[in-house]
Structures are given as structure tokens and as C-alpha cells.
Design a protein around this ligand. Structure first.
Ligand SMILES: NC(=O)C[C@H](N)C(=O)O
Length: 484
């Protein structure tokens, strides 16, 4: 059962060969056995999961179940969950219990999915390795001495190690796609505005976007269909009809035009990643797709632009954590200013502090025009490059990450090396486009390699089918790490 697709799980639940309580217990027991070594979950909610599973069983018996009713799920600990603590992997929110559910959480509750717990992540989603967690790093199930990627590392590990059949994440600058690539699962970040940010703890609001992890594109399509949809409580939520993201699955790929940005295939990518990427493209050609060269001349400016815009927005968003209304408060202080500074100094980790400092600097008087305004102009140029490229192709493909998973500690002292891990993913966030990573092969040490597919605005259904077509013809997505 830990290997079954969401569709098969739903069919078994409907047929009554398995109850939701049994299914939740299976995964909860697996979490109990494996989480001590993998550290994928910050909080496990056994009681809540079992009571949600009982309610799902009642719905199944009454014939009112939907496609996800009774299926276990893990939420990234960035999504507020009423009654279950939401830490954002920060000491600042170590004991924070939200009085309300995030939109994504309430949507999935309404769908009848059973939340098992909250997954590990980089603190406030700032990082590419999960090492910036107050609760310690999540471990890559393919090699526990290596990182799983970040910031949604715990969600990726949960799905890869079969601790949950599906999980939510967020992708501000690669945080769904990069950990999906490094752990051998499928992950999608939709067009900015498709998933409501209500109740998703804000990092960089013009970039933050919820996304889905599954073992296949089909599973991601089912999960995304339940997560997405207009929400008036998020001013950037797009007012569009709800979509069934499975609707294109099964369409033949013959005639598909895949754009290959020449900048993504220049230097920078490791040889093993290149070989797996090229082999995946060859597979697409065999499926009837054609590949064309496209150019994204400004993509190389994505990292510098992002590391101005994201910290700027973070410095503003994180000013709310002042120790007054909620979050960590220093136990001893002399006056209000001292309370603020001690609470923040104690509550935030080093990377979060670094970004608040950078963000405050680039927004300050005299520097705003030189940094922030320039970065916003680059953002526009990057988006225009993609729009031009999509006149020549239907989807864009390339590597998700320049390397396979690296040893824990290898890059943690060098922020620039860490930031460069998102070289292929970040331009997509700046442009607001949908992007997906699917397992497409292995590199050194038999570690997973991810192929990134980028779609035009609101083209998620096609993107998912392009990944699905590959998964129908290959079995990289079925490989399972040897844990437990
Ligand atoms: N949140 C993300 O998408 C991860 C990105 N590496 C960052 O640190 O900002």
C-alpha cells in the first residue's frame, strides 16, 4: 500500500478493501519507525489523523467521498493549522498554535484528506538544503549523510521515503522543485496566484506560491486540483474557474515542441546531471516530441535579482515577529526596544538574520533605486525572455538542479554556493510561471536527478501531462530508496 498511487488508494478505500483508519495507521507507524533517522516531520498528529480518518471512513460509507477522501497527507510547516503547532522551523514560532487554517489546509480538510503532521523545512523557507531548520536537517532517504534540498525538504523526504503518499510545499525560489529533484519525487509549483497564500507564513509575498509533491505527475495533478482555487482572502489570488489538473493526462506527446534554453545547457551543470537530462530529452524525442533551442539571455541575472527582492520582502514580512502578540519573547529585557531586539536575536537563526539585514539595506534611503528598483527591472526582462521563448515552443525543459544531493555541511558555510543551487529554478519564480520537476535518471552514487519542465502561464494541466507521458514510458518515479 505504501507504493500505491492516489488513484489506487482511492479505489481501495471505495471498495472497502482498506479503511482510512488502517491506511493512516500504516503511515503513522512508518513515521514512528523512520522519522527518528530522517527528521522529515517536525510534528506528528496521530490523534488528529485518526479522528480525520474516522470521519473519512464515514464519508466513504455514506457515498459522499471525493478523490482524496481518506488519503493521508503531510503539510509543510509553513501552512497554519488550527490546533496543531505551526513553527516554520523557527525558534521564533516553536510553540505557536494558529487559531485558523491556511486556505490550502482547509481545502484539503474539506476534500477529506487526512493530515498526518507537519514537515521539516528551512527556517521561514530560507534555504536550499533544509539545514537552516531550528529542528535540525531532514535527511535524504537515498543517503542519509546528504541533504534532501530545501526549503520544502521534509515534504520531499516524506513522499520519497513513503512516509506519506502526498505532501504540500511552497516554492518561492525553487523550494518545491529542487528538493523534489534531489529526493527523486515529482513536484509542481503552479503559476503565481493559483494557490492562495492565506495562512501560509509569508516570506517573499510576490514570489511565494504553494505547490504539490507526489510520487507521480498524476498524483501531483490530483493534489493540486484540491489545493488551487480563487480565495478572496489573498489579494494576489487569481480569479479563475477551478480546474481539474488531471484533464490532459493521457494525451499523446507527438508534436510537442520542447524548448531548450541554451543558457541552461552551458557550463555550470555537473556531468552526471547533464547525462541524465540528455537521456530524458532523448526519451521525449522517442515519444514524438521535437526539441528546439531557445534563449533566456537574462536568466543569469535571476539569482542576483532574487537575492535583492526576496530579502527585501522578507525584511518587511518578518518585522511582525516582535515578541509582542505571539512568537518567542526574550525572558529578560530592560525596556521595549531591548525586548524587540533580544526576542528577534534569540528567535531567528543565522540565515534569516542575514536576509533581514540584506533586505533592510537594499530598501533603505539612497539604496532603494540602486538595488531594489534595478532588481524589479531585471525581473521584467527575465519574464519577457520567457514570453518570447514560448512563441517557439510549448514547454521548456532543462535540469532542475546543477548537482545531485550533496553531503550535509558541504555548502552550509558558503551562502553564495548555496544560492547557486537554485540557478535553474529561480527565474521561473521571478516570471511567475509554473514549473515542475520529475525524476529522470540517476547521477553519481545512484542519486536521483530531476528534469525541470516550465510551462506558460496557467498551463499546469499540459505541464503535468508532459511529465505523465514520460512516466508512462519510464519507471524512474517508481524507484524507492532502501529505507525501512
Ligand atoms: N524558499 C525557496 O524557494 C528557497 C530558496 N532557496 C530561498 O532560500 O529563498
Amino acid at each position: 500500500m505504501i507504493e500505491a498511487s492516489l488513484k489506487d488508494l482511492a479505489a481501495a478505500l471505495r471498495a472497502g478493501t482498506l479503511s482510512s483508519v488502517e491506511l493512516a495507521t500504516l503511515f503513522l507507524d512508518r513515521i514512528d519507525a523512520l522519522n527518528p533517522s530522517l527528521n522529515a516531520f517536525i510534528t506528528v498528529d496521530r490523534d488528529g489523523a485518526l479522528s480525520a480518518a474516522r470521519a473519512a471512513d464515514a464519508r466513504l460509507a455514506a457515498g459522499t467521498a471525493g478523490p482524496l477522501t481518506g488519503i493521508p497527507l503531510a503539510h509543510k510547516d509553513v501552512f497554519c493549522t488550527e490546533g496543531v503547532r505551526t513553527t516554520c522551523a523557527s525558534r521564533m514560532l516553536e510553540n505557536f498554535v494558529s487559531p485558523y487554517d491556511a486556505h490550502v489546509v482547509s481545502q484539503l480538510k474539506a476534500a477529506g484528506a487526512v493530515m498526518l503532521g507537519k514537515t521539516n523545512m528551512d527556517e521561514y523557507a530560507m534555504g536550499s538544503s533544509n539545514e537552516n531548520s531550528h529542528f535540525g536537517p531532514a535527511k535524504n532517504p537515498w543517503d542519509a549523510s546528504r541533504v534532501p534540498g530545501g526549503s520544502s525538504g521534509g515534504s520531499a523526504v516524506a513522499v520519497a521515503a513513503r512516509l506519506a503518499p502526498m505532501a504540500t510545499g511552497t516554492d518561492t525560489g525553487g523550494s518545491v522543485r529542487q528538493p523534489a529533484a534531489l529526493t527523486g519525487v515529482t513536484g509542481i509549483k503552479p503559476t503565481y496566484g493559483v494557490v492562495s497564500r492565506y495562512g501560509m507564513i509569508a516570506y517573499a509575498s510576490s514570489l511565494d506560491q504553494g505547490g504539490a509533491f507526489g510520487r507521480s505527475a498524476e498524483d501531483c495533478a490530483l493534489l493540486l486540483s484540491a489545493m488551487a482555487g480563487f480565495d478572496p482572502r489573498d489579494s494576489t489570488s487569481v480569479e479563475r474557474d477551478t480546474e481539474d489538473y488531471t484533464r490532459e493526462l493521457g494525451k499523446p506527446l507527438a508534436g510537442l515542441r520542447i524548448g531548450l534554453p541554451k543558457e541552461f545547457f552551458a557550463e555550470g551543470m555537473d556531468d552526471d546531471v547533464r547525462a541524465a537530462t540528455e537521456a530524458a530529452l532523448e526519451q521525449y524525442r522517442q515519444l514524438g516530441a521535437t526539441t528546439v533551442e531557445v534563449s533566456l539571455p537574462n536568466a543569469k541575472l535571476a539569482i542576483p535579482a532574487y537575492y535583492v527582492i526576496a530579502p527585501a520582502e522578507a525584511s518587511s514580512n518578518l518585522s511582525r515577529f516582535d515578541g509582542v502578540r505571539y512568537g518567542h519573547r526574550a525572558p529578560e529585557y530592560v525596556d521595549l526596544a531591548d525586548m524587540y531586539s533580544k526576542s528577534r536575536a534569540q528567535g531567528f537563526g543565522a540565515e534569516v538574520k542575514r536576509r533581514i539585514l540584506v533586505g533592510t539595506y537594499v530598501l533603505s534611503h539612497g539604496y532603494y533605486d540602486a538595488y531594489y528598483l534595478q532588481a524589479q527591472k531585471l525581473r521584467r526582462l527575465i519574464a519577457e525572455d520567457f514570453i518570447a521563448a514560448f512563441t517557439h515552443c510549448d514547454v521548456i525543459a532543462g535540469p532542475t538542479s546543477p548537482t545531485v544531493a550533496w553531503p550535509i555541511g558541504e555548502k552550509s558555510d558558503d551562502p553564495v554556493q548555496m544560492y547557486l543551487q537554485d540557478i535553474y529554478t529561480i527565474a521561473v519564480n521571478l516570471a511567475g510561471l509554473p514549473g515542475l520537476s520529475l525524476p529522470c535518471g540517476t547521477g553519481a552514487g545512484d542519486l536521483p536527478v530531476g528534469l525541470q519542465l516550465i510551462g506558460n502561464y496557467f498551463d499546469e494541466a499540459r505541464l503535468l501531462n508532459v511529465a505523465h507521458g514520460f512516466q508512462q514510458a519510464t519507471d524512474w518515479h517508481r524507484r524507492m530508496p532502501a529505507v525501512g
